[in-house]
Structures are given as structure tokens and as C-alpha cells.
Design a protein around this ligand. Structure first.
Ligand SMILES: [Mn+2]
Length: 356
């Protein structure tokens, strides 16, 4: 048995965090889907949340079905919590009947697949505290290699989940050799006592947001004598890069600027700078802000930067009210007053402009 395990395509997601790059991010999910179906395997499992919700544009459903149909073997699609099997759902679209290799899981069943048997049951609700894989144990199945497919949160990830909790030993309870899971977007394996990965999240095929660890993959699984061997294949096209930097000494900010300048242009970049801004480097901070145009998406948060206390630049201001005001702002900034810290930065920039 030799198959691809993918999930959480979330086609139709809004990608609001990507701002004006949202359309690019949405298109990237379809492009990555094209890369998935081009990978060689005997069949393909999509373990839930193919779509962001049941209201996505019907043209997008058609397009997704056409991409899936390009896979050179049978494709088995599991309705997940984002796209549960319900009246009016995406699964009523005619595209699922248009191509003979597309199979939507519409009931708990044993399905004959190349090399063995697949057990799966569709999700029919957005929220549930019941284990969606529990019913697999009761399904009659022939001998040979048996795998399962389900969608939810493996015990231990989030104890308060309303998203279909799945037992740690769900594969044993279901009496199967491997459980293909969807829902969490990072690739994660669950080995048995002998270190054999018996359950796995393949992760989303294309990263959906900043901070998503180890996503943008599919798993290719080869079952040999009932033992799964997993191969992780990268399918993501976008880089979501988060840079969190603490600026301490003069020179740190310039090094950060050079690092950002070296990032690939098609990246989505989020920069979070905290620490001390030295007067001489105010210009470097501006240079970093001006890099926004070179990336697909760029956001800079430098609100946690504070003027460095040792600078004493305000002592070069003309004696009088302005210098006094700067000293007061410095004192208040030093005691954690964010508005004062920002005012001091602005005053500093103004002073630089007028050559004070
Ligand atoms: Mn889900």
C-alpha cells in the first residue's frame, strides 16, 4: 500500500493577516494543491477541511475538484469540521460526481483501496466533544492492511477542545495499522511503543499563517507488513517569516536591517523589534520600515523600542524649554511611559531634521 496523506487545504480562507497580499496567499493554496496531486502514489487521502467553510465560492469548489481529479489514482475526501457533511454543504456540488476518481466519504464505512482497506467516517458538525474515530472500531473489515482517516484534536494538544477530540491510542481502538489525521496544521507524528508512527498529522500543504511550525508538507506513506513508513514531502510555496529581535547595543539594528534585506522577495515578513533605540540608529529604523515594498507582505512593530538611556542626545539641544521637555520625556520613558517614549523618539527625529 502506497498513498499520499494530505489535509487542511482550507481553500477559500480569507488570509486577512496577509493584508493586500491576501489574493496571492489564496492563489498559493491552489498552486500547492497542484503540486500535491502531481506526486506519485497509488491513492490520495484528504483528511478533512479541504475547504475553509461550506459557504465558499462554488467556482472555487469546481476548481478544487478539477485539481483533485488530476491525481492519477483514486482520491478519498473526508468532510472535516470546517466543511462538515451537512445539507447545503460543498459536498453537494456536482463536481464530486463529475470525475470517477473522486470519492467523498459520506458515511462510516470500510472502503477497498489499492493495497488494502480504508476506514473513515465523515464529520457532520462544526463543534463536537465526541471522538470522530470512535465509530471506526465497529466497522467490519476484511483481513490485510487496514488504515483509517479522521479529523480532530489528539488528546493532549488542547484539553478543552470542542473540535472533535481523538484518543491517543485511536489507531489501536480502531484495530488499524495507521491513522491519517487532519485538523492541526503542523506535521506531527505519534509513534507507538516501538517508535513506529501509527498516527500522524500531515499538516497543511501550504502554510496558513505566521508562527505555524513545520507546515507546508504532505506525507507519503508506504505500508509494509502492516508497518507504516513515512516520507515528508514539502509542497508549500510561501515563506511566512517572523523575526523577533531584542536590540541591545549599537550595531544590532544595522545587523537586523541587513538580515531583513537578504530575505527572499516572495516572503511574508513580520518584524517585531524591542529593546533600545540608539540615537545614531534612528535612521536605520527608518530604512527597515522602507523595506516594506520589497516583500509580498511586510509588517513592522517597533512600538516596544525605547530610546537608549545612555544616549543623552537631548543635552545637545539648545538650553531652555525644549531641552527640559526632552529630559522630562526621558524620565517618563525610563519609567515605562510608552507615550513619552514615542514622543521622545519623535522629538529626536525633529531635532535631527532641523539640525539642532
Ligand atoms: Mn479542522
Amino acid at each position: 500500500m502506497y498513498f499520499l496523506h494530505t489535509a487542511d487545504w482550507q481553500i477559500g480562507m480569507k488570509a486577512a493577516a496577509a493584508g493586500s497580499a491576501g489574493a496571492h496567499v489564496r492563489a498559493a493554496r491552489l498552486k500547492a494543491a497542484g503540486r500535491v496531486v502531481a506526486i506519485e502514489a497509488d491513492f490520495l487521502l484528504v483528511a478533512g477541511d479541504t475547504f475553509e467553510d461550506n459557504a465558499v465560492d462554488r467556482a472555487l469548489v469546481q476548481q478544487t475538484g478539477e485539481i483533485l481529479a488530476r491525481f492519477r489514482g483514486p482520491v478519498y475526501l473526508l468532510p472535516g469540521n470546517h466543511d462538515p457533511l451537512q445539507p447545503g454543504s460543498v459536498w453537494e456540488h456536482p463536481v464530486w460526481r463529475q470525475f470517477p476518481n473522486l470519492h467523498v466519504i459520506r458515511e462510516a464505512a470500510a472502503i477497498s483501496v489499492p493495497g488494502g482497506t480504508l476506514l473513515a467516517a465523515p464529520l457532520t458538525e462544526v463543534h463536537s466533544r465526541h471522538d470522530p474515530s470512535a465509530c471506526l472500531a465497529g466497522i467490519e473489515r476484511p483481513g490485510g492492511t487496514v488504515i483509517g482517516m479522521s479529523h480532530g484534536t489528539v488528546e493532549g494538544i488542547d484539553p478543552d477542545t470542542e473540535h472533535h477530540p481523538i484518543a491517543r491510542d485511536a489507531w489501536q481502538r480502531a484495530r488499524i495499522d495507521y491513522m491519517a489525521l487532519g485538523h492541526w496544521h503542523s506535521t506531527s507524528l505519534y509513534p507507538d511503543a516501538d517508535g513506529v508512527p501509527r498516527m500522524a498529522y500531515c499538516g497543511t500543504h501550504e502554510t496558513t499563517r505566521f508562527g505555524e511550525r513545520d507546515s507546508g508538507n504532505v506525507l507519503r506513506v508506504r505500508m509494509e507488513n502492516g508497518l507504516p513508513k513515512l516520507e515528508r514531502i514539502a509542497t508549500g510555496g510561501l515563506s511566512w517569516l517572523t523575526i523577533e529581535e531584542q536590540i541591545l547595543v549599537e550595531g544590532d539594528l544595522a545587523r537586523l536591517r541587513d538580515r531583513i534585506a537578504a530575505l527572499p522577495a516572495n516572503a511574508l515578513v513580520r518584524v517585531d523589534i524591542r529593546g533600545l533605540l540608539h540615537a545614531a540608529e534612528a535612521v536605520v529604523l527608518r530604512q527597515i520600515a522602507e523595506m516594506s515594498g520589497r516583500f509580498l507582505h511586510f509588517s513592522l512593530d517597533s512600538e516596544a523600542l525605547r530610546p537608549a538611556a545612555e544616549d543623552g542626545w537631548e543635552e545637545a539641544l539648545p538650553a531652555g524649554a525644549v531641552r527640559l521637555a526632552a529630559r522630562h520625556l526621558r524620565e517618563r520613558a525610563a519609567s515605562g511611559d510608552i507615550v513619552a517614549a514615542e514622543a521622545l523618539l519623535e522629538l529626536q527625529a525633529l531635532a535631527a531634521q532641523v539640525g539642532a
